[in-house]
Ligand binder design. Structure first.
Ligand code: NAP
Length: 310
């Protein structure tokens, strides 16, 4: 029986994904009509990104699941018309991309590369770096992306700690959880990486008081979501020298407004939400796999827990 799968994302996304999705559906032995418009009651699955105009899922009465093209579901998880199962994106290509971004920027901080890359006055800046095992990288969020980044950093000999909501055991990683765990995790962190979802509970995880827990001169990487950091508190901490530098990939408003102080701040690097895009080929395989599971009567994977918000 043929399935109708509605692709509800931008036109750009359609250009990138349509061929890859068709191949993945065929490989998963799924007979699919992949469409960008359909009568709502005929739609079996929706592949969704908030870049399209669809907000009312009420008319999609026969839709079995919505599959998000994005890993972060904060723009859709509170939509009360979306009552069917919602799967977030877990994509090996995206995970690899995030691991590369995190590892690259950790190495940049670890080796103090900026001092030499931008050195217009040709200063002979000598410094001795600690070895990786003498540097603690703390990853806030030990999910798909945080755990993969932790493993990559462990392989480079960094001392890695992590923090999650529930207790976790990741081999080689000093794991903390809960409110008290955050205090312990931040207390020893030379470099902090934020890989938490954007929820009511994670808003302003780094604020005036938690920034004060970090060792003086700590560095921050935020490839998670903008609201995880209190922007004003971060700027104060950078100005006072408590925090040495921050590299931010995500912001409360994107693109980051031209007059936002992060752009001009000498201790901030802005990257334009490029840490880890969903990759069409690898993510299409995951979407097809999840639809195949549902069609076979198996539990779908990567389902969002609406109560937790991620
Ligand atoms: P995930 O697998 O759902 O992992 C989320 C982690 O955060 C889990 O370890 C979870 O704890 C922890 N967490 C959630 N709420 C918490 C709380 N209140 N206190 C402490 N820990 C909490 O998510 P993921 O796939 O790794 O993705 C993480 C985020 O990265 C996404 O939500 C998205 O915002 C962002 N992202 C950014 C880009 C980019 O290009 N910049 C790309 C992809 C994703 P438990 O393990 O206990 O559940």
């Amino acid at each position: 029986m043929s399935l109708t799968v509605l692709f509800a994302a931008s036109n750009d996304d359609w250009q990138k994904y349509s061929a890859a999705l068709k191949t993945a559906f065929a490989d998963a032995r799924l007979d699919v009509a992949l469409v960008t418009q359909a009568e709502p009651e005929t739609v079996d699955y929706i592949i969704y990104a908030p870049s399209c105009s669809l907000r009312d899922f009420g008319p999609y009465k026969n839709t079995k699941a919505v599959l998000s093209l994005w890993a972060g579901v904060e723009k859709i998880v509170t939509n009360e018309t979306l009552t069917m199962p919602l799967a977030r994106m877990v994509d090996p290509g995206m995970t690899q991309s995030m691991t590369e971004w995190v590892t690259g920027h950790v190495m940049r901080y670890h080796l103090g590369m900026d001092a030499h890359i931008v050195n217009p006055s040709q200063d002979w800046i000598w410094h001795s770096n600690p070895l990786a095992q003498e540097r603690t990288v703390c990853i806030l969020g030990l999910g798909e992306l945080g755990t993969a980044a932790a493993r990559s950093l462990l392989a480079l000999n960094f001392n890695v700690s992590g923090w999650s909501r529930s207790a976790k055991a990741v081999e080689g990683v000093t794991c903390f959880h809960g409110a008290e765990g955050l205090t312990q995790a931040l207390g020893t962190a030379d470099i902090v990486v934020l890989l938490l979802p954007d929820t009511a509970e994670t808003a302003n995880t780094l604020n005036e008081s938690t920034l004060a827990l970090l060792p003086k001169g700590a560095r921050i990487l935020n490839p998670g979501r903008g609201p995880l950091i209190d922007d004003a508190a971060l700027i104060d901490a950078l100005d006072s020298g408590r925090i040495a530098h921050a590299t931010l990939d995500v912001f409360r408003v994107e693109p980051l407004p031209v007059d936002h102080p992060f752009w001009a701040h000498p201790k901030v690097t802005v990257t334009p939400h490029i840490a880890a895009a969903t990759r069409p080929v690898t993510s299409s395989v995951e979407i097809a796999r999840n639809i195949r599971l549902c069609e076979d009567g198996q539990p779908m994977i990567n389902l969002v827990d609406r109560a937790r918000g991620y």
